[in-house]
Design a protein around this ligand. Structure first.
Ligand SMILES: C=CC1=C(C)c2cc3[nH]c(cc4nc(cc5[nH]c(cc1n2)c(C)c5CCC(=O)O)C(CCC(=O)O)=C4C)c(C)c3C=C
Ligand SMILES: [Fe+2]
Ligand SMILES: [Fe+2]
Length: 349
């Protein structure tokens, strides 16, 4: 058990995930997409161009389609992403002796709601865990920026310590590899790692070394750009997991899903892969989505329903979706360890 308090300070944990609409009503989906896509870390155009694209084009057509997609995955308790994040919280709360809350980058419960809930319990030192294994401007960075904004404006007396991307932590890789091993079907021609995509421009923008060329640089060992290169971190996650699984590289595919708009996103694209690989003899496919720790619209609908359809239409026979870590006990242990490390840093400063 973690120590609850030292001197006058009280510690707490905030688990942060992406967030979902309030309901599957078109107006709620529209409100959610508006907040999400108007974030300049997600659509990184100047405000006027972002507003023209989001409010003038995307929000005029996308909400009804997204609402239909959400209806196919929605549960009696709500959005899978929020329900699972809450399950993670509950399990973690049983293992630690400090309060644990959740907060979403978009919609409710917001980061502010989460910090307030902790502050009301007297917490002054928060470990904030962005639940994204790999760094991206549109995930880790926007969460930290938002939390800092909220802290400075509303909770200036609170300290926040941020957990860094953990794609290269052995405890996480072991956990992911074991989870995949248990769920892999007996026979498969390939295991596909499908990560959420990002526009190429995001990677160039956040590369402080300006050396990543989105080519062999992302796969080369020890390149200084790797710390902020989402593409590298996805390849590295895959490489270390397949080593643990003893899988030959020839049986593994890496691809990037969920692209939006006309910009060039990092390649190869998941949907195109599903359509081409059956013709190359891959008829039995297993797919895992390690950019997400919890199942959500992008895994339950885009991959396990739409992706399966694309693959089988193209001649594939068996499509096996491997669920995310969700609230598996071994993953909760990893969350606990990463939180404890950061909680202990408060004692050192
Ligand atoms: C420019 C657009 C987008 C970028 C960049 C982006 C990056 C990104 N997103 C996730 C995780 C999730 N995204 C989810 C849904 C979703 N993503 C986008 C757009 C971008 N994402 C949209 C428009 C949507 C909404 C759904 C839709 O209309 O298609 C989700 C699921 C949320 C849920 O409620 O279930 C997650 C999770 C990552 C990890 C990432 C960059 C690495
Ligand atoms: Fe997304
Ligand atoms: Fe790179």
């Amino acid at each position: 058990m973690l120590q609850k308090e030292s001197s006058n300070s009280k510690k707490g944990i905030l688990l942060v995930n992406l967030g979902s609409p309030k309901s599957t009503d078109v107006k709620d989906v529209k409100e959610y997409l508006d907040e999400f896509l108007m974030d300049e870390k997600v659509i990184d155009y100047r405000w006027i161009f972002r507003a023209l694209l989001v409010q003038g084009i995307i929000l005029k057509t996308r909400p009804p389609k997204s609402a239909e997609a959400y209806k196919t995955v929605w549960t009696d308790e709500g959005s899978p992403l929020i329900v699972i994040t809450e399950k993670i919280r509950k399990k973690l709360q049983k293992l630690v002796d400090v309060p644990v809350e959740i907060g979403m980058r978009y919609a409710e419960p917001s980061i502010e709601t989460g910090i307030r809930a902790l502050a009301e319990k007297g917490v002054t030192e928060i470990v904030l865990f962005p639940l994204y294994p790999q760094y991206a401007m549109s995930t880790t960075e926007t969460v930290i920026e938002k939390a800092e904004e909220v802290r400075k404006q509303k909770f200036p007396g609170v300290k926040i310590n941020y957990i860094q991307p953990f794609y290269n932590r052995e405890i996480y890789i072991n956990c992911l590899a074991e989870s995949i091993r248990e769920k892999l079907p007996e026979n498969f021609d390939a295991l596909q790692f499908s990560y959420h995509g990002v526009p190429e421009r995001h990677i160039f923008k956040t590369d402080p070394t300006k050396t990543c060329n989105l080519n062999d640089c992302c796969t080369r060992e020890n390149n200084p750009s790797h710390q902020f290169c989402y593409r590298h971190q996805c390849f590295k996650t895959t490489e270390t997991v397949i080593q643990k699984l003893n899988l030959p590289k020839e049986k593994v595919i890496v691809s990037f899903q969920s692209r939006l708009g006309k910009d060039k996103w990092i390649e190869p694209y998941t949907d195109e892969t599903f359509e081409t690989i059956p013709k190359k003899g891959i008829k039995n496919l297993a797919v895992v989505c390690p950019a997400f720790v919890s199942d959500c619209l992008e895994t339950l609908e885009e991959i396990s329903v739409e992706g399966k359809h694309q693959f089988t239409e193209a001649g594939g026979e068996n499509f096996h979706y491997i669920p995310c870590l969700n609230d598996e006990d071994r993953w909760i242990e990893v969350v606990k360890t990463l939180c404890e490390e950061k909680l202990n840093e408060f004692y050192l400063v």
